[in-house]
Design a binder for this molecule. Structure first.
Ligand code: APR
Length: 260
């Protein structure tokens, strides 16, 4: 069930990226046969998508309990849909950045790869990532509460809340809300791959939201080389092998290589 681990951790400000740590991460990746990347909102920050926590985060201006729980939707589907539709509109024109692209090259270069993303923006898919699980769903999909049908809809939704064309049931965004279970299978796949990986990259996530945050923890416990990429400290920073303090779009191309 998706839940946040506690109050937002105090994060230290940006610190300099260590060139020797970058070299170490690059060497590990070059030798790896099995790689897992877990991503969060931070990887899309440089595409212009707001994160949830932090100074400009969405949860600074909005309350998740009003907008991102099944109860909130049951109480006021129109309010929830207006918020989601404004986010969808804000994301309509955004493009993947150099961080997303680097993960596509990484996937192409290693025999076994899995991208587990918490993001619902669809930017990894747009960049070309294929071996991927979307742990928290996708904002561009709609799911019917009546018949369960799921469809992709990228066009603006003019008549809110939207209704199912098959059964007229209420449609909801096909995302995982607080208190809900993650998609069956996706989480297991992420845990299994992370425990068996040579390297796990943890990119742009506050590591506060469970169960996704438990994936790198399980990898650390299994002795896997875990590399965090984040301009800020997180609860994972101490435990992982390397914490690269920088932005995803800068650091990922450095450690993956092959940028155009
Ligand atoms: N590159 C890398 N990391 C960045 C960048 C950047 N350019 N900019 C910000 N970050 C980091 C922040 O320091 C922060 O640690 O990205 C992280 C974003 O954290 P959150 O906003 O908490 O996003 P995330 O971890 O993905 O949230 C998890 O919470 O609200 C739910 O369902 C929602 O999937 C989301 C989940």
């Amino acid at each position: 069930m998706m839940m946040v681990s506690g109050p937002m951790s105090s994060t230290s400000p940006f610190t300099t990226l260590s060139p020797s740590d970058v070299d170490a991460a690059r060497a590990r990746l070059a030798a790896a046969r099995r790689v897992v990347a877990l991503t969060g909102a931070g990887i899309s920050a440089e595409s212009g998508v707001p994160t949830f926590r932090g100074a400009e985060g969405l949860w600074r201006s909005f309350r998740p309990e009003d907008l991102a729980t099944p109860r909130a939707f049951a109480r006021d589907p129109l309010l929830v849909w207006e918020w989601y539709e404004s986010r969808r509109r804000g994301m309509g024109a955004v493009r993947p950045n150099a961080g997303h692209d680097a993960l596509v090259r990484l996937e192409e270069g290693v025999p076994e790869f899995l991208l587990a993303t918490q993001n619902v923006d669809g930017l990894h898919g747009l960049a070309g990532s294929r071996r991927m699980v979307e742990l928290h769903g996708n904002l561009w999909r709609l799911r019917c509460l009546g018949c369960g049908a799921v469809r992709e809809e990228r066009r603006e939704l003019t008549d809110l809340p939207p209704r199912c064309t098959i059964c007229s049931g209420l449609l909801r965004p096909d995302v995982v809300w607080f208190g809900e279970d993650l998609p069956a299978g996706a989480l297991d796949q992420a845990f299994t791959a992370a425990r068996a990986a040579d390297v796990v990259l943890v990119v742009g996530t506050s590591s506060l939201v469970y169960p996704a945050a438990a994936v790198p923890e399980a990898a650390v416990s299994a002795g896997v080389f875990v590399v965090e990429i984040n301009p800020e400290r997180t609860p994972l920073s101490e435990a992982c092998a390397l914490s690269l303090r920088g932005r995803a779009a800068e650091v990922l191309p450095l450690i993956v290589g092959g940028a155009a």
